[in-house]
Write a protein that binds this ligand. Structure first.
Ligand SMILES: *[C@@H]1O[C@H](CO)[C@@H](O)[C@H](O)[C@H]1NC(C)=O
Ligand SMILES: *[C@@H]1O[C@H](CO)[C@@H](O)[C@H](O)[C@H]1NC(C)=O
Length: 556
């Protein structure tokens, strides 16, 4: 039929068109990773940054009918750019063109094709949640490490995470008072004891010298508004049954209102210095003060207690205040605890659920299926789900808290983010933006890994593979993008998630976990597609401009 010949011509024209235009689009050359071999068998590289050099990443707008692809891999690629053309399916070949390679009748597909060939169809009409963004946490530990660097290196650090040539993070989580990633435990109203009016509430030196300067520097370079989520780990100990920062302890009922006011006072104090709090959570990991394995700052909440406090104290306090638009995110604990807490809160007082704008979830319970989140979204369709904490090296079975250059840790970040996004999470906040080479400081010796490690004595920092895993999402999926469904048309698959940007471009993130190359055909509509190869153990982000360019008439 005539259609297919015309289609062939269009594909050729598109190819020429894109070769002409793509070359001129890449104006900004990125500074490549300055790699360091960590000297451990099986590890990937880390990228070294100093006052005078740090790798950069610029996003390129794909021309109509083309895509731009960014690849990072265990083999050492870091946001390596390539580009290609969207092709048009030739699905009705005329009889005389089918068997022109004289192989006789078609063989059944080879076994390797079944295992290695992936076909994914992006369903841009099936639109899901809107994305808020991605980011990391400004803990005392992160900010203390950052302040050890010279001013020029501090700027390279901030640019790396927040700047237009960095990961373009647009979310931050900040502890209200201290957490374990502090040099000592503290709160904002330690003395006098039993003063429910909080007359002596005051921010800490850590806020003024460390956290606030880091937040403000980030805001200065950010490419969109940085939305800040704040969480309390422990209230002043006189509010607690055990009068201690950690261990089995709950809020004394006579201080329910004081603890709600404590949150409002924090929002007010940050507002006075022009740092707006976008959301608060209802206390970090409430299970920690009930099941006391945890030896750091905590406050225990049974689900019914939390329901009572949110319904009678926190909810009304925030909603009747000048900061009535601050979001309240419930639970802020592991995936498997969410159904228990939500049901318990609702049973205690349904108003508690009404006061919640969303639900905050941590990643340490990720052995529990991610579909839990989809079920919760289904049960509470008007709440957002935000992932508020994740890190590697925290589990008892982790022999090493730090694994320099570990690709496997980057792989797990990407898997978890893809799972969460495919189950209605609207944003993903990493834990400490950076730590020292020992995984601290942490007053409770709870050392863990981080995407950036800071070597203060050498005035340098290194970007681990986890940094790039975060960037494959944060850099390319802007706030306001909408997740769209992807359906699989093959036996084999790669991890995948896709989005539609406000400008109509499609962003796809793919991860090949395997130690072999995978061939992926991406269908972006019934007739349009392209094929790529995925290197072993790699992550790719592909931005596609699906508007086909107007082409000269093939009949000329
Ligand atoms: C008020 O708090 C400061 C520390 O922020 C403390 O030094 C002072 O003793 C407190 N005042 C009273 C009356 O407890
Ligand atoms: C917050 O208060 C303002 C007036 O002070 C009001 O206009 C607005 O609708 C309130 N927003 C919410 C979410 O209650």
């Amino acid at each position: 039929m005539a259609i297919s010949r015309a289609v062939g011509c269009i594909a050729t024209v598109l190819l020429l068109y894109s070769l002409n235009t793509l070359g001129s689009t890449v104006v900004d050359e990125d500074l490549p990773c300055n790699p360091r071999d960590v000297g451990i068998e099986g590890r990937s590289v880390v990228c070294v940054c100093t006052a005078t050099y740090c790798d950069t990443i610029t996003r390129v707008d794909p021309e109509p009918g083309t895509y731009v692809m960014y690849t990072s891999s265990n083999a050492g690629q870091r946001f390596e750019k390539s580009s290609g053309v969207i092709l048009e399916e030739v699905n009705e070949q005329p009889e005389d063109e089918v068997n022109d390679n004289d192989d006789g009748p078609q063989d059944p597909p080879e076994a390797s094709q079944i295992w290695n060939n992936v076909v994914l169809r992006i369903q841009t009409i099936s639109r899901q949640q809107y994305i808020e963004g991605f980011g990391g946490s400004v803990t005392d530990a992160a900010a203390i490490n950052w302040r050890k660097l010279s001013d020029a290196t501090q700027q390279k650090f901030i640019d790396s995470y927040f700047g237009p040539k960095g990961l373009e993070y647009n979310l931050i989580r900040v502890p209200i008072g201290g957490c374990d990633f502090s040099e000592h435990p503290y709160t904002y109203a330690e003395t006098p004891w039993h003063d429910a009016t909080l007359a002596n509430f005051s921010l800490s030196p850590e806020d003024y010298f460390y956290k606030l300067p880091m937040i403000r520097r980030s805001q200065r370079v950010a490419t969109s508004e940085i939305k800040i989520t704040a969480s309390t780990w422990s209230p002043p100990i006189w509010m607690k049954t055990n009068e201690a920062i950690t261990g089995f302890g709950q809020l004394r009922p006579q201080y329910y209102q004081a603890y709600a006011d404590y949150h409002l006072r924090f929002i007010e104090e940050y507002d006075k210095i022009d740092v707006k709090i976008w959301a608060i959570t209802t206390t970090n990991e409430p299970i920690n003060g009930i099941v006391p394995f945890v030896q750091f700052n905590s406050l225990g909440w049974a689900p019914s207690q939390l329901g009572r406090w949110v319904a009678n104290n926190l909810g009304p306090t925030i909603r009747n205040s000048r900061f009535n638009e601050t979001l309240i995110l419930g639970i802020d604990d592991q995936r498997y605890l969410l159904p228990v807490y939500l049901a318990g809160m609702e049973r205690e007082d349904p108003k508690s659920i009404e006061y919640l704008d969303g639900i905050a979830v941590h990643w340490y319970g990720n052995f529990f299926p991610p579909e839990t989140l989809a079920l919760i979204q289904n049960r509470y369709p008007d709440k957002i789900i935000l992932a508020t904490e994740a890190c590697e090296g925290s589990m008892p079975w982790h022999l090493n808290q730090l694994e320099l250059g570990s690709w496997e840790r980057a792989r797990r970040y990407a898997t978890s983010i893809i799972d969460d996004l495919n189950n209605f999470v609207v944003g993903w906040i990493d834990w400490n933006l950076c730590l020292d080479p020992g995984g601290g400081p942490n007053w409770a010796d709870n050392f863990v890994d981080a995407p950036i490690l800071v070597y203060g004595d050498k005035d340098e920092f290194i970007k681990q593979p986890m940094f790039y895993a975060m960037g494959h999402f944060s850099k390319f999926i802007p706030r306001g993008a909408r997740r769209v469904r992807v359906s699989r048309r093959s036996f084999a698959t790669v991890e995948n998630v896709a989005f539609l940007k406000e400008n109509g471009n499609i962003v796809v993130v793919l991860q090949n976990r395997l130690r072999r190359v995978m061939k992926v055909k991406l269908q972006i509509s019934i007739r349009h597609y392209f094929e790529i190869e995925m290197e072993e153990r790699s992550i790719k982000t592909i931005e596609i401009n699906p508007r086909m360019p107007s082409t000269p008439s093939p009949s000329t």
